[in-house]
Design a protein around this ligand. Structure first.
Ligand SMILES: [Fe+2]
Ligand SMILES: [Fe+2]
Length: 188
């Protein structure tokens, strides 16, 4: 799929703010691809498409989990967790995006996991630090990336903050997120 086509699909599907977020993630990911020697084309495409199903109803997402034979474990989680895996499978199956790195980057963009690929790491981080993000502590994560150039440390810190936030809200934590936290705690 061409970049323009991907942008058009996302622009037609998502509210303007989320479309613009998607473009900022793609731009940030291209920058990070420069810094960490990732693949700019993979990063751009995954960035544009990653939130495509962000606002679909849970029932629609559940149907697609079944249709694309994704892990049934996903059915215990909210759209916050499901929108990545469903988008990865949708673009692979319906738009012939046959690239494992794009698939993984979209699939795990919210949860992370152990042993992420380079472009997958870049999307995970870009989603968290794109320029309009203002969550507490985001500046520290930006420093880890742009000053220290330590992407594994940034992944650990993002995972830690995510887990702390989820625990504080009595939310269930998707197992890949715990794996991500433990794995990158040893890599940082
Ligand atoms: Fe997302
Ligand atoms: Fe996002």
């Amino acid at each position: 799929m061409k970049v323009k086509k991907a942008m058009k699909l996302v622009e037609e599907k998502l509210p303007k703010k989320r479309y613009q977020h998607s473009l900022r993630v793609a731009e940030t990911a291209k920058q990070l691809a420069d810094i960490f020697h990732g693949d700019k084309d993979i990063c751009e495409m995954a960035g544009i498409l990653h939130d495509y199903f962000k606002y679909d109803d849970l029932s629609e997402l559940y149907q697609k989990v079944t249709k694309y034979k994704l892990e049934t474990e996903l059915l215990a989680y909210s759209s916050e967790i499901l929108h990545g895996p469903v988008a990865a499978a949708y673009f692979k199956n319906e738009h012939n995006i046959d690239n494992q790195e794009i698939f993984d980057a979209i699939y795990f963009h919210t949860t992370g996991r152990r042993q992420m690929g380079l472009n997958e790491k870049i999307i995970f981080v870009s989603d968290y630090i794109e320029p309009e993000r203002t969550q507490p502590g985001v500046e520290e994560i930006r420093d880890m990336i742009y000053k220290e150039k330590d992407i594994d440390k940034a992944i650990y810190e993002i995972s830690k903050r995510t887990v702390l936030y989820l625990v504080a809200g009595d939310k269930t934590i998707y197992p890949a997120t715990i794996d991500c936290l433990n794995y990158y705690n040893l890599q940082k």
